[in-house]
Design a binder for this molecule. Structure first.
Ligand code: ZN
Length: 266
């Protein structure tokens, strides 16, 4: 029975090799998987940023018509100045006058067509280059109808939104406006309470949603005190968010607060 007696020994030998080999493969596989997981975590963390960097390396396409070359082409650009010639103030037909305590509430165009597409791309597609032409349009409208204003500030997005998006679109707009107007842009405000996105609420609930949600950053107190602040936002509807920001600025000693948005949703 030499064959039979050898079998277990062979099996043991083979088994003895298979087990460590299997363990080796398993360890290799697990470490590879861990490495892959780590890579995925890195990709997830930086993917959006890298994606945006790649986007910015490509030539821009017009947000209005898709033509390659500029973020807004010459044919679509007039939409940004739809209200440039209009008198200051809230025209008859729109709900509510200027919400307290804002001194002024201005906007450049209705929230539709090219302007709507451009703001959507700036906000959700990472097309940060749009902040320059949009900011320039805000500055043009402000030069026409704006009164006062020592410093430019913006309505900040939530920290969570900032983390996932990687930038604050209103801050980019404010920076572009400040450059155009030759006034300093300050990061004056922060959100200290979570809010429901305003578009999810009907008009009557919006003021309550954002009341007390903003405060002046400790580092910006001196820059705000005694200043006339021009607040910038991408879109406004009732002006409730801008008014809540104005409350926080005035509580911190701002002299006055005016506001201008790129677009207004009627
Ligand atoms: Zn175009």
């Amino acid at each position: 029975m030499p064959d039979g007696s050898n079998k277990p020994a062979d099996a043991d030998r083979i088994h003895g090799h298979i087990v460590p080999l299997g363990a080796c493969l398993a360890i290799t596989w697990m470490s590879r998987r861990r490495a892959a997981e780590r890579r995925m975590a890195v990709v997830e963390a930086f993917g959006a940023i890298i994606g945006r960097a790649l986007d910015l390396a490509l030539p821009p396409r017009c947000a209005g018509c898709g033509e390659e070359g500029r973020a807004i082409c010459a044919r679509c650009a007039p939409a940004l100045d739809a209200r440039l010639e209009r008198a200051a103030g809230v025209p008859i037909g729109l709900p509510a006058s200027i919400p307290h305590p804002l001194l002024q509430l201005e906007w450049c165009a209705p929230f539709s067509g090219t302007v709507r597409k451009a703001l959507h791309e700036l906000k959700y597609s990472g097309e940060q280059r749009l902040a320059v032409p949009l900011g320039a349009a805000i500055a043009r409208r402000w030069r026409e109808v704006g009164v006062g204003g020592d410093v430019v500030a913006h309505v900040p997005v939530s920290t969570e939104r900032l983390r996932t998006r990687g930038y604050d679109q209103a801050a980019l707009l404010a920076r572009a406006v400040a450059r155009e107007l030759g006034r300093p842009a300050i990061r004056a405000l922060e959100r200290h309470r979570a809010t429901v996105p305003q578009f999810e609420l009907d008009r009557s609930k919006r003021a309550g949603n954002v009341a007390g949600a903003f405060r002046v950053r400790a580092a910006a107190r001196d820059a705000v005190s005694g200043r006339w602040v021009v607040l910038i936002d991408d879109v406004t509807t009732t002006g409730a968010t801008l008014a809540a920001c104005a409350e926080a600025l005035l509580d911190e000693g701002a002299f006055a607060v005016s506001a201008i948005a790129m677009a207004r949703e009627a």
